[in-house]
Design a binder for this molecule. Structure first.
Ligand code: XMP
Length: 513
């Protein structure tokens, strides 16, 4: 951290983006809870400190507070939105409830030179309070169209009422760049190439020489990178990878992915547990029940795999389980408002039952998804794995709405295979974050050939996103939608109607269940 930027989280939904933006510039950035101790911050020797936005008003009884002067003495500070109000309030300025709530796009005019930021800047705001009088030593550096203060500046600190970290703010990156390099003199020490030896070293130090690791692979980028890093650090004999066919994978996925793992020279055990999963799921409709059943079934398979590996292969010392936890999962658990409301229980987050008695190794805890891809490229993971669309642990079970059974899973698998094939043929796959089919629990009347049919409906979902936290639907050409609908209704006998989902997240989620 010695050359990086510390971000103190005051509860904004977009705090993660602040750290990401600095890392994209090659500057290390780490997120801390807003009340992290000064000693801990000092230890990390930040070159700069950012106070994030947050939902509170400084006048709320329980609003998160912080001695800002103490932080400024440690390193230059940038306050964003709530961070600006807190800075002004704590240093003796006047903060008031705004006569108008500025929400969304706004044009501001800078009276100071801020690196490459243009004088007139389109920004994104969302705030109810404003700084009426800046604290001593600060000047108003920008005004909004309504004449309200949009930025403050002193020798050691800047503050902005808008969010430079979101993509809706034009030249937001330029402002963060100016903060990092002009005010803080941060250094570009963060690159994935330089990270790989450091990660391998950490793994070697963490796992004692007589102990071994079980690594569950899913076919996705995170677990593949984890398995490969561990194997590079510890050698094939000490890393036993398990890839489970739970009967809920996509078309030909088990065989294809197993083949890729063998080519990557991982010590991989393919486990066919289709019957186990499908028999437990048979007839279950409730999405959360499906997730729980699948989570437990995975653990059952892993426990059995450990026994098999220990007994059959006479392996001793299998004491660790590798997980592909990423930085967003870690940040989520730091959230100052406690863990957010459970919308869906993602079975692979949240630890292991104690009885498994395994220690966890999580080599990707410090990284964002795009950084994981960059690491993957460094260590030779094939591009088709790096750019695979994310696929949920519960697989096709949460894409069969209503009752899961083998027949329904097969219908959605067939349709999905056609959708993905067409996306690849037309060069669209790489432009989309995630695309899939959802089998709906409704039948509708149709006419196929000369006959009346009463068959199933299918929804297509394709979204763009940066991290899966927010998403927008992808605008296909009508021609593409027509041809995909024709192919699916012609080739999948059980489907006579295809619809396209045009819901963003929020208010929808990406998966339907
Ligand atoms: P939602 O549907 O919550 O999805 O908007 C966000 C991202 O998470 C994936 N997802 C899951 N991944 N286990 C997983 O491993 C799950 O239970 C699960 N549910 C959703 C989803 O595919 C999307 O990429």
């Amino acid at each position: 951290m010695a050359h990086g930027i510390a971000v103190l989280d005051f509860g904004s939904q977009v705090t993660q983006l602040i750290a990401r933006r600095f890392r994209e510039m090659g500057v290390y950035s780490e997120i801390f809870p807003y009340d992290v101790s000064l000693e801990r911050l000092k230890e990390s020797q930040p070159k700069g400190i950012v106070l994030s936005g947050g939902p509170s008003s400084v006048y709320d009884k329980d609003s998160p507070k912080r001695d800002v002067q103490e932080l400024i003495n440690l390193a230059p500070v940038l306050g964003i939105c709530y961070g600006m109000q807190l800075l002004a309030y704590d240093l003796g300025g006047v903060v008031e409830s705004s006569p108008v709530r500025e929400y969304g796009h706004s044009l501001i005019r800078w009276s100071h030179n801020m690196g490459d930021v243009p004088r007139d800047q389109q920004v994104w705001m969302s705030h109810g309070d404003i700084v009426k009088v800046p604290p001593m030593g600060f000047q108003v550096a920008a005004l909004s169209e309504r004449g309200l203060s949009a930025a403050l500046k002193s020798d050691r600190a800047w503050a902005v009422q808008f969010h430079p970290e979101v993509s809706h703010t034009e030249n937001g990156k330029e402002l963060l760049h100016a903060f990092a390099f002009d005010l803080c003199q941060a250094k570009q020490t963060w690159s994935m190439k330089s990270m790989v030896p450091h990660i391998l070293e950490n793994i070697k130090n963490k796992i004692p020489a007589n102990e071994k690791v079980l690594c569950a692979l899913s076919g996705g980028v995170d677990s593949t990178v984890v398995g490969t890093l561990l194997t590079k650090a510890l050698g094939k004999d000490r890393v036993h990878c398990v890839f489970v066919n739970n009967g809920l994978l996509r078309k030909n996925e088990f065989a294809q992915v197993l083949d890729i793992y063998k080519r990557l020279d991982l010590n991989v055990h393919g486990v066919d547990a289709e019957e186990l999963f499908l028999s437990k799921l048979n007839g279950v409709s409730d999405p959360e029940k499906k997730r729980k059943i699948i989570g437990h079934a995975f653990l059952e398979v892993f426990e059995k795999s450990i026994q098999d590996i220990e007994k059959k292969d006479r392996v001793e010392g299998l004491k660790w389980l590798a997980q592909g936890t990423l930085y967003p999962d870690v940040i989520e658990s730091l959230n100052l408002r406690g863990s957010s409301v459970t919308i869906k229980t993602h079975h692979n987050v949240g630890g292991l039952p104690e009885k498994m008695n395994l220690k966890l190794v999580e080599p990707l805890r410090e990284f964002f998804k795009d950084e994981v891809r960059a690491i993957g490229r460094e260590i030779g993971i094939p591009e088709d794995i790096l750019w695979r669309h994310p696929f949920p642990g519960p697989g096709l079970a949460i894409r069969v709405l209503g009752e899961v059974n083998k027949e329904n899973v097969e219908i959605v698998r067939k349709a999905d295979g056609i959708f993905i094939e067409e996306l690849k043929l037309r060069g669209l796959y790489g432009k989309i974050w995630q695309a899939f089919c959802v089998l709906l629990p409704v039948r509708t009347v149709g006419v196929q050939g000369d006959s009346r049919t009463y068959e199933r409906s299918l929804a297509l979902r394709a979204i763009t996103s940066q991290d899966g936290m927010t998403a927008d639907w992808y605008e296909f050409s009508p021609d593409f939608l027509r041809s995909i609908s024709n192919r699916i209704t012609n080739e999948v006998r059980e489907i006579n109607r295809v619809v396209y989902d045009i819901t963003s997240k929020p208010p929808g989620t990406i998966e339907w269940e």
